[in-house]
Design a protein around this ligand. Structure first.
Ligand code: SAM
Ligand code: FES
Length: 355
């Protein structure tokens, strides 16, 4: 049998991926284990071409409102986990959330992402009231929720109140790996059930994982890619794992920017029209992280719209950026960053374009 080099092996698999948008798990694993700087550049170039053919040089923005850092969960990696006693806990009132939306709308945001811990205060009645008020005041905007695992009934009511999109990262597609990252009170099966329920209800669904998460192997990432390929999410949020000093996983190293960018590019090849953010975690690991993300196939950025007073308290990981700025500064900063690499931030709901 001909002895093919890793480079040829990568090229063959990428060509197949480009045509079929699917590979065997072993092939994804091969692509992760045999990369070289040269093949990385080539794949990222391809991803950028695909993104430009669908979305041009437009970058969609989402105004991120981190409205509560109170959480009943204890994810081992997360800085705002319930058992971290050093966090100054806060929750925004309905008026404060609406005021952030007002600021955001004036700044040109047409998507609001309400993200928070799993805070029991936000019952269905309370959260639905907030969602419908935003929906009524800003009918030209999309409302995205990212508030973790809730009942099917709750997801349905929130959808009916006007939320159209939901971000619920699967975190890892491997049940054993999931158990290493979460306490036994949380279950992989339930997370996956929630993701499927959201899809069935009609939400545009965002899944995703941390790159370089503790105990993660190339095989795990290959399983993640397979899950992304089969689930076909509307959005996919990936960013490097960054340790937080007050969590059980504080001593694990952070994930790599290069590997994150490489995976962004592979995801673009798997799902050409997916909405793919260049995350704040990427920007935290590298001052040019978000630019590098866009130059690997990302087409979304999520500037912070939370009131400046609470930003430091939504510390999922150490050294999180953009905690001191005003919303307008964040938006302006990202606009300039995108312009510097030849892209423009647009005032648009930023729905997925189906090809
Ligand atoms: N509670 C909701 C949930 O669980 O989906 C939303 C908030 S949660 C903090 C948002 C995401 O932050 C998680 O899905 C996780 O992937 C990411 N995250 C948490 N801790 C992190 C860390 N140390 N480094 C990088 N990302 C982290
Ligand atoms: Fe709940 Fe992180 S443990 S948001």
């Amino acid at each position: 049998m001909k002895n093919i080099t890793s480079r040829e092996g990568i090229i063959q698999r990428i060509q197949k991926l480009e045509q079929e948008h699917a590979l065997a798990i072993e092939d994804y694993e091969y692509l992760i284990e045999n990369r070289t700087p040269e093949t990385d550049d080539w794949i990222r170039y391809k991803a950028v071409q695909i993104t430009r053919s669908i979305y041009g040089r437009d970058i969609y923005v989402r105004g991120l409102i981190e409205f509560t850092n109170i959480c009943r969960n204890n994810c081992y990696y997360c800085g705002i986990r319930k058992d971290n006693p050093h966090v100054r806990r806060y929750r925004l009132s309905q008026e404060e959330i609406l005021s952030s939306c007002k600021t955001g709308h004036a700044l040109g945001f047409r998507t609001f992402v309400l993200q928070g811990g799993e805070d029991a205060y936000f019952t269905d009645d309370r959260l639905c009231a907030i969602v419908s008020e935003i929906h009524e005041r800003y009918p030209d905007c999309a409302i995205t929720l990212s508030v973790g695992e809730r009942s099917a009934e709750s997801y349905r009511r929130l959808y009916e109140a006007g939320a159209e999109r939901y971000l619920l990262r699967h975190e890892t597609a491997d049940a054993d790996h999931y158990r290493l990252l979460h306490p036994s009170t949380m279950s992989f099966a339930h997370r996956m059930d929630c993701i499927r329920t959201l899809r069935d209800i009609g939400y545009a669904v965002g899944i995703g994982m941390m790159i370089g998460a503790p105990y993660q192997t190339a095989r795990h990432l290959a399983e993640d890619l397979k899950f992304i390929e089969t689930f076909q999410p509307e959005m996919c949020g990936i960013g490097p794992f960054i340790p937080h000093g007050q969590t059980p996983l504080k001593d694990f190293p952070a994930g790599s920017v290069d590997l994150t960018c490489y995976l962004l590019a592979l995801i673009r090849l798997i799902c050409p029209d997916v909405l793919l953010p260049a995350t704040t975690a990427l920007g935290t690991m590298d001052p040019k992280g978000r630019e590098k993300g866009v130059l690997s196939g990302a087409n979304v950025v999520m500037p912070n719209l939370s009131p400046t007073e609470v930003r430091k308290d939504y510390q999922l990981y150490d050294n999180k950026i953009c905690t001191g700025e005003e919303s307008a500064q964040c938006r302006g900063c990202l606009e300039r960053r995108m312009l510097s690499i030849g892209y423009q931030v647009v005032t648009d709901r930023g729905d997925k374009k189906n090809i």
